[in-house]
Design a protein around this ligand. Structure first.
Ligand SMILES: Nc1ncnc2c1ncn2[C@@H]1O[C@H](COP(=O)(O)OP(=O)(O)OP(=O)(O)O)[C@@H](O)[C@H]1O
Ligand SMILES: [Mg+2]
Length: 323
């Protein structure tokens, strides 16, 4: 089966050296925010992308949607490479790959009514106007659990959870083939988080949505994802079906994440080793494994040889010399 989205060797370097003087005085500073990231999403599948703050999750999403330019790598969408497409074709891609953002307030225009926020993509992509547009918006609002009483109201009149529902309705309006949700519940109250997550799960079933669901929270990912991609310091550490990730995490980083995850559900028989130390900022990273300074399993070669993401079990890949 051909994947709907296939990411190959996706890389983003941020040059933090500053001007020429800064470069001369302090040397080159390259932040490898996303470094040779490869994964695929099949049609109807939800991939959960997890990792601590700063590991490159949002940058990965922004690269895929071409909000920023990649340093290297390819992204195939329905078999077609999209990073090399000319700028004029980007709109077409954006129609099919829609995003839901973390902060629904910042991402909704405060001066537009819900009718226009959700209706704009209907006009833009399907040419709907007037009553047809209104009907389309009402249908989308229903889909996300809101009523037609919302049509003529502004974003500030809604609660955080409702605003996120509006953001979801807007993202669904162009009938995207892929939805990328970047921490869509992390700005919401805990009680509201569960409701919005439920909505995502409902939509996934009802619309057979294909999703890239980004979260720093393993519990959230466990609830929604079919496949989990674990990132650390710009690289993928482990990829596996969701049950495998929780039942048999192979990578010491994933084991550490699960160990520090405060839920009874993620109980595992043998307590995994915990990770000490600080999250590594991949600034001019050393040649070996990026987890090495924090890793309980580290051996000599981890300092110098970068472990590749390899199939360790069926459908289960990890980047570690010691597992
Ligand atoms: N425009 C930029 N210029 C320089 N550095 C950047 C830029 N955008 C992101 N970064 C850096 O790249 C790294 C990855 O950032 P990114 O936002 O992708 O992380 P994240 O995994 O989404 O984190 P969070 O969980 O906090 O949202 C971070 O160290 C960040 O500071
Ligand atoms: Mg982010």
């Amino acid at each position: 089966m051909m994947a709907l989205l296939e990411v190959q060797g996706l890389t983003k370097h941020f040059d933090l050296s500053g001007d020429i003087l800064g470069r001369l005085l302090h040397g080159e500073k390259i932040l490898k925010a996303v470094d040779h990231v490869s994964f695929a999403i099949n049609e109807g599948e939800t991939v959960g992308l997890v990792g601590e703050s700063g590991c490159g999750k949002s940058t990965t999403a922004r690269l895929i949607t071409r909000l920023i330019a990649a340093t290297a790598g390819q992204v195939y969408f329905q078999g077609r490479e999209i990073l090399s497409l000319p700028a004029r074709n980007v709109r077409e891609i954006r129609r099919h790959i829609q995003m839901v953002f973390q902060d629904p307030f910042a991402s909704l225009n405060p001066r537009m009514k819900v009718l226009d926020i959700v209706g704009r993509p209907l006009t833009l992509y399907q040419g709907l106007k007037g009553v047809k547009k209104t009907d389309g918006v009402v249908e989308l609002l229903e889909l996300v659990g809101l009523g037609s009483d919302c049509l003529y109201r502004y974003p500030h009149e809604f609660s955080g959870g409702q605003r996120q529902r509006i953001g979801i309705a807007r993202a669904l309006a162009p009938r995207p083939k892929l939805l990328i949700a970047d921490e869509p519940v992390s700005s919401l109250d805990v009680s509201v988080q569960a409701q919005v997550l439920n909505l995502f799960r409902e939509l996934k079933q009802k619309l057979k949505l294909t999703m890239l669901f980004i979260s720093h929270d393993l519990n959230v990912v466990e609830y929604l994802a079919d496949t989990v991609v674990v990132m650390y310091a710009g690289q993928i550490m482990e990829v596996a079906p969701v049950e495998q990730i929780f039942k048999l995490p192979l990578h010491p980083y994933t084991q550490g994440l699960i160990a520090s995850n405060p839920t009874p559900e993620s109980f595992i028989e043998k307590p995994p080793p915990t990770l000490g130390g600080e999250v590594l900022l991949p600034l001019n990273p050393p040649p070996g494994c990026r987890l090495e300074p924090r890793c309980p399993l580290r051996v000599e070669r981890c300092k110098t040889i970068e472990p590749l993401l390899e199939e360790k079990r069926p459908r289960h890949r990890a980047a570690c010399h010691e597992v």
